[in-house]
Design a protein around this ligand. Sequence first.
Ligand code: PEP
Ligand code: MG
Length: 296
Amino acid sequence: QAVREAAMLTHPAMTADGVRIAVLINVAEPAELDRIDPAICDGIGLVRTEFLFSSASGLPDEMAQYTAYRRILEWAGEKPVTIRTVDAGGDKPVPGLTIDGESNPFLGTRGIRLSLAKPEIFKVQLRALARAAQHGNLKIMLPMITIPEEIDEAAALLDEAVVELAREGIAASRPPLGIMVEVPAVAIVPERFSAAAFFSIGSNDLTQYTTASARDIAAVAGLNDPGHPAVIELIRNTVQTGRELGIDVSLCGDMGGDPRHLPSLIVAGLRAVSVAPPLVGRVKLALSEIHAGVPA
Ligand code: PEP
Ligand code: MG
């Protein structure tokens, strides 16, 4: 098994009936990349930027963020890199940023909600990203989107950041802005979110919000099942709507790295997954045994 997985690593993923599936990687900490050959993946589908915000020395400034993002983009070369704006709150509290004492942090001020509540902090991240975009194929992703207006507000702040940088004579560009689909209110009516440049399904949160079972409470782990038909239906709906609207759809939650769930994702029409780097070989091998079942 391990030998077969290793043999697949640097080859593009393909189903048994010849359908090409993009396999990208999730990155939580740029130092991980030093041990990974870019040839094993089609790009980076998710950079969780919380690592920058967890230092005891306070929130990262623009230069610290720019340097970190640039390093990741340079590692990837021409391949696409999706960097997610900070998803603080919920299971990821950040001292000095997140709001303490909320009765249910998973339903509180997390992700894009927190960023839009603190635009002066969000703007620093957007400026750093617009600058880093000069060094590769960058896309920006917004976590925990719930209503279309959140995309509009974030887009306006990104546009402002780009204009400011130009005025200051600092090289920058405006990357495409896409969203995580991880709140059922999005996955049920994805057509309302056509302002997004792409959809990336966050199955970890989509599962917890759909099944009303927290991702970090062991007693309800049995209910927290991404294979629940309701979760699969939301994924199918998101993939199909994306296809109709011409919006690329991928999935970056943990179920994409689990061979038990890959057949239902492929049958649902999904053609791109982003997984933890150690799972790439296993995922490519599992995909090679799945029939996508599309007519030739
Ligand atoms: C998800 O929710 O599936 C996801 C990829 O994001 P995170 O696990 O960082 O919340
Ligand atoms: Mg999430």
